[in-house]
Design a protein around this ligand. Structure first.
Ligand SMILES: [Zn+2]
Length: 328
């Protein structure tokens, strides 16, 4: 008689299922994206991202305390300046919002928190594009200087790592050289290497006030029809000196996470963006889905696809589910 192969044997009971899990995760791999703004209002809720806020420096501290209590030790900071101009000069201003936030965090938290900063121009330019304009086009090579200056000012103010998100060609090399020349050889770069032009960024643009005033970002962010191009971007950035490669967004791009994971020998991060968060929130508010279960399933899917680190607005919730042993 033929013996029946019984995969169900290993699904028999919660203890065994947990023992044979293929995907293991830990809160140390979670990174919480956070918006910091000028002004006295401690926390302004972002209408399109319920539960997420723009924080003043005081409000930021309260949220950082909450994150640490939840077991999240890493953040990605985005700055929302009061003042924007054509060049985006607030990005590298010594007294810019990010630089002030960094000095405050390093003073108050020392090594308790690992702080990564987003490096881009779009929150600081009056036109909302990710670089310096020449006519209606972003001038790639002139933008590299601005990005390098910005990255250097973040590291000087206390950032542990910088994460350029602009998608200009050659920016990882330019930033690496600038950091090295200034004695910051040990400061790592996480490159938003594979960043798609995506409608999933919609709520973030409300949050950061960074929607382009004309045109779109398809001249520098990637076309979502392409995956080989993602490999090309990832390999180029590793060659230029990126220490970590990011894929963004996450949920609709898990095939890309897997492919990038297979070809690079550096850690891979996936960024679950504002639109992913907003959809889950909206679905849960309507009573159509179970928010906690969806959070768990989407997070595990990202790690199963191959990411080593996960950037998500749900970081505190996921850390809790990991600690409870519900996932991970
Ligand atoms: Zn940008």
């Amino acid at each position: 008689m033929e013996m029946t192969i019984r995969p169900r044997r290993l699904r028999n009971g919660a203890r065994l299922r947990k023992m044979v899990r293929e995907t293991r995760m830990d809160p140390s791999s979670l990174i919480y994206p956070m918006f910091v703004k000028e002004g006295d209002v401690a926390a302004e809720e972002i209408p399109t991202m319920p539960g997420q806020y723009r924080y003043s420096l005081d409000g930021m501290e309260r949220q950082l305390d909450a994150l640490l209590a939840a077991g999240v030790n890493s953040v990605m900071l985005f700055g929302i300046p009061d003042h924007k101009d054509e060049m985006g000069s607030g990005a590298w201003d010594e007294n810019g919002i990010i630089q002030k936030a960094l000095r405050r965090i390093k003073k108050e938290y020392r090594d308790e928190l690992y702080v990564i900063t987003d490096v881009c121009m779009c929150e600081y330019t009056s036109h909302g594009h990710c670089g310096m304009l020449c006519g209606h086009e972003v001038d790639n090579d002139r933008t590299l200087d601005l990005l390098s200056k910005t990255a250097l000012s973040h590291i000087q103010a206390g950032a542990d790592m910088v994460a350029p998100s602009d998608m200009m060609d050659g920016r990882v090399r330019a930033i690496r050289e600038t950091l090295d020349e200034n004695g910051f050889q040990t400061a790592p770069i996480m490159s938003y290497a594979v960043k798609y032009a995506s409608a999933f960024y919609g709520p973030f643009r409300d949050a950061a006030g960074s929607a382009p005033s004309f045109g779109d970002r398809k001249g520098y962010q990637m076309d979502y029809h392409n995956s080989r191009e993602g490999i090309k971007e990832a390999l180029l950035d590793v060659e230029e000196g990126a220490d970590i490669i990011m894929v963004k967004p996450a949920m609709s791009y898990l095939d890309i996470v897997t492919k990038v994971r297979d070809v690079v020998n550096v850690p891979v991060a996936a960024y679950s963006v504002s639109g992913e968060y907003a959809m889950v929130k909206a679905g849960a508010a309507m009573g159509y889905i179970d928010e906690d279960k969806i959070i768990c399933e989407t997070a595990v899917a990202a790690y199963r696809a191959g990411c080593d680190m996960y950037l998500t607005y749900y970081a505190p919730e996921i850390a809790k589910f990991m600690k409870e042993g519900r996932i991970g």
